[in-house]
Structures are given as C-alpha cells and as structure tokens.
Design a binder for this molecule. Sequence first.
Ligand code: NDP
Length: 254
Amino acid sequence: DLSTYHAEPDLLKNRVILVTGAGDGIGRAAALAFAKHGATVLLLGRTLSKLEAVYDEIEKQGGAQPALLPLNLATAKLDDYLSIQRTIDEEIGRLDGILHNAAILGPLTPLQMYDPTIWDDVMNTNLRAPFQLTQALLPTLRKSDDASVIFTSSSVGRTVKAFWGAYAISKQGIEGLSHLFADELANTSNIRFNCLNPGATRTQMRASAYPSENPNTLPKPEDIMASYLYLIGPDSKGVTGQSLDVPRAEWSKD
Ligand code: NDP
C-alpha cells in the first residue's frame, strides 16, 4: 500500500539510477531522495548549472558521487543517446533504474490554434526522449538483477482535458509506452516498467498551468518521494505494467 510505504535508509545501496529533469522540481527531489537512500544518481537535464547545484547538495548530504549528463531532450539525436549508453557502460558499469521525469507543459490552448512546431517540441521532450533513452539503455539495464523504469504520467495521461494539447497527448502516449515495454519484456527480463502520476505538486510547471492557485496548498516535491522510492527500489519487485498515483495521504500525513 503506497500510502503507508516507508523506505529503508539503505534501500538503494549499490544501485545506479538515472533521473531526467534532475535539476529542478520533482526530478531534483527524486535525485536527492535516491542519493540519500544509497543510490549513485546520474543527473540528466538541460541546464548544467542546475545539475551542478544538485550535485553539490548530494555531496553535502554525504551521498555517493553523482554523474552529470547535460542533454537537451527536445533536440537529442541517436548519437547523444548512444554516447550516454557508452559513458554509463564504460565509466559506471551498471544501471538499475531510470526515472523519466523531464517534461514541458507547452501552451494550454485549443487544438485549432496549437502551433505544430511547439507540438513537436513537447512530443520530443515528453514522449520521444523517454522512448529513445530507454531503447538505448536496455542493453545496460538487462545486466542488472533488478531494474526499474518509471515513466511520469499525469491526470491528462489517463483522461484528456480540453486545451491541454500536446502535453495531454504526450502523457497518453507515455502510459501506452510504459505498458508496451512492460508487455514486451514481461517474461524475458528483470526490468519492470511502471507509470507514476505525481498529482498536483508545488513546482514551476504546476504554477504555469494554474497561475491563480495558492502553491502553499500543494505538497512540495520532497513530500511525495515515498512513492518514487517504492517504485524505483526492490520493494516493488514483480510490479510491472502498472499506472499508479501518488496517494494524497502521503502529503496530508506530514
Ligand atoms: P518542472 O518544470 O519543475 O521541472 C521539469 C524538469 O525537466 C526541469 O528540471 C527541466 O529542466 C527538465 N526539462 C524540461 N525540458 C527539458 C529538456 N528539453 N531536456 C532536458 N530536461 C528538460 O516540472 P515538475 O517537476 O512539475 O514535473 C516533473 C514531471 O512530473 C513532469 O513529467 C510533469 O509532466 C509531471 N507532473 C507534474 C505535476 C505537478 O503538479 N507538478 C502533475 C502531474 C505530472 P530546466 O529546469 O533546465 O528547465
């Protein structure tokens, strides 16, 4: 039961976990939480200075030395993904999980007026990148005894909502992508694939989507980490192809 889950301090000891969008918001909190629970984290994002700040925080909290993987997922090409795979293989030697967290909101606007170029940016960042990064890293993940891949969904990934445009479609796609990977690799591998919807969380993206909302009514990213720890770590072994929501109780009990 996710609402009562409590992660052991050394839950992720000896594990290597890649987090996309690790410089800010939920991804930053996840990188810090994974490192605090013993993981070596690989910090992927588009703004190097933000990744460096997270790197410093992890060092300060006594975590294992992280790695920096600066990459713009909106424009990344096959070579970029292959070079990340080579770097991980050669310099780190293993990978036990990926949190696909990076995403952009794009404009909230009727489809009739949606700019197709921006549509491509949103789809590339939110859907193509998680597909292509997972594809490139499968050979490395296969070598792990117990690997977990988390895709980040949203309420509009389950049911579309007017004006949410490419963001909604990208999250619908993420749900399908996660199920498809889980289905294809169900019996042949040690890798599990699940979708997690964080629910309304106090970040830049949420503030852009709901500018008139009082952010203080929302949980902070660090308040919702139990679900992320559960899904990325060994306690969710055997769970695959699921679409889960962060329980709101996780926040209200703090
Ligand atoms: P933020 O906007 O706060 O953070 C998004 C992160 O993704 C940033 O670190 C950003 O980097 C990075 N990113 C964006 N575009 C790219 C790119 N092209 N290449 C590399 N990195 C990129 O968002 P949240 O933390 O709120 O969202 C995290 C995830 O949770 C997303 O998948 C979102 O859809 C999902 N979600 C969030 C909800 C919420 O209420 N907050 C609700 C439901 C789902 P940079 O900082 O450098 O721009």
